[in-house]
Write a protein that binds this ligand. Structure first.
Ligand code: ZN
Length: 370
């Protein structure tokens, strides 16, 4: 078995220190594979004077040349022929630039192992048939957005009695239909089967606010869970805090915040971050996070703010070993009452114009070497 598969079969999803050695070995394996199979990646590593053999110790992970996520949005890089890519996906970029990704069997296998281990840990796997309300896109054969794929896959964590979507596919394309989900909420609150909601917090928030204004308050059946993902960035204009959001969910749907689970991820990283009951995103064993100084790009100590650099060996069809996001974040070392010892990542939002220049410069620098 490869080290990569061994890492993704590991039983405890947050045993970070225990898996440092295995993580390093998996990264060595993946780095060598990318270097030998992806010409662009080899060129980037060569230009930075880095070779896979330079990855000797755990601390060397920070030396792997990182690739800005912006680069993936402008440039497709595969380390395998297209026939080996079973699933193709694009990020749900709002500004028109989207990352094109493709995943082979091995990558999908590891993603599945990760989803099962994490789902089990957070008690999201259940045999109880549930109704799914999805604040996202209805699947369609033309829809390659990674969100709709992950949301759909997620409806297998408990058997699905039904699936209802906020973004319904019509002959004129996707239409937002929150009233449809409102009717479903009211209908299912009278049944015994639990309800699971999945999707963008912004849509969820708009619907709940509307229901509150209309005086609709329901109690969803016991065992109902709200899962949210896709980021809070749409909230900046609304200025709502997570605490206010949790309070609204409890008031309108009768779900307390212990049954609200949030996910964080990026199509250029693929590792699933799940918040604990204290709503902290502990780093799972499948990835490592390095926070870097905005100006020097050197790693900073935990507790300090900087650019978020994400590392993982999950995918072998695309060189995603070390990617630089345009998010600012902090890695927290403080003890969390949930008992998980792995540090937790706080995302503070997108960087300002000046900092984007740093990232964009990194991306254009890579592009011009074509
Ligand atoms: Zn915690």
């Amino acid at each position: 078995m490869t080290y990569m598969n061994k890492l993704f079969r590991y039983k405890s999803p947050y045993a970070l220190e225990e898996t440092n050695e295995l993580f390093l070995k998996s990264m060595q394996e993946n780095c060598k594979f990318q270097y030998e199979n992806c010409e662009d990646y080899k060129r980037i590593l060569d230009s930075k004077g880095f070779r896979p053999e330079d990855l000797k110790e755990y601390d060397d992970l920070a030396k792997i040349p990182f690739i800005p996520t912006l680069y993936f949005k402008q440039h497709t890089m595969f380390s395998m022929p297209p026939r080996k890519l079973l699933v193709k996906a694009t990020s749900s970029g709002t500004s028109g630039r989207k990352s094109q990704m493709g995943f082979n069997f091995g990558s999908l296998y590891r993603a599945l192992r990760m989803a099962l281990t994490v789902g089990k840990y957070h008690q999201l796997l259940s045999w109880k048939p549930s109704h799914y309300l999805i604040f996202g896109y209805e699947p369609n054969k033309n829809n390659k957005i990674v969100f709709s794929k992950t949301a759909y896959a997620f409806t297998y964590m408990a058997p699905a009695l039904s699936r209802s979507y906020a973004l319904r596919y019509t002959k004129d394309g996707y239409k937002l239909d929150l009233d449809h989900l409102k009717e479903k909420f009211v209908q299912y609150s009278k049944s015994k089967a639990p309800v699971r909601t999945i999707g963008f917090p912004a849509y969820t928030y708009f619907l709940l606010k509307q229901m509150k204004e209309e005086g609709i308050k329901i109690q969803l059946p016991k065992g109902s869970v709200m899962t949210i993902g896709g980021g809070w960035k749409q909230f900046y204009a609304e200025q709502i805090s997570k605490e206010d959001f949790y309070a609204l969910v409890e008031e309108v749907l009768g779900i307390d915040d212990k049954h609200i689970v949030e996910f964080f991820g990026a199509v250029e990283h693929m590792v699933l971050y799940t918040d604990c009951r204290n709503h902290h995103f502990h780093v799972p064993i499948y990835g490592r996070v390095i926070i870097r100084d905005v100006d020097t790009l050197e790693p900073v100590e935990n507790g300090q703010i900087g650019l978020v650099n994400l590392l993982t060996p999950i995918v072998d069809s695309v060189p995603l070993l070390s990617v630089m996001t345009d998010d600012l974040g902090i890695l927290h070392n403080e003890k969390c009452p949930c008992g998980v010892e792995s540090p937790w990542l706080e995302i503070l939002g997108r960087v300002g114009i000046k900092d984007i220049v740093t990232c964009a410069a990194g991306a254009s620098e890579l592009l011009k070497e074509d």
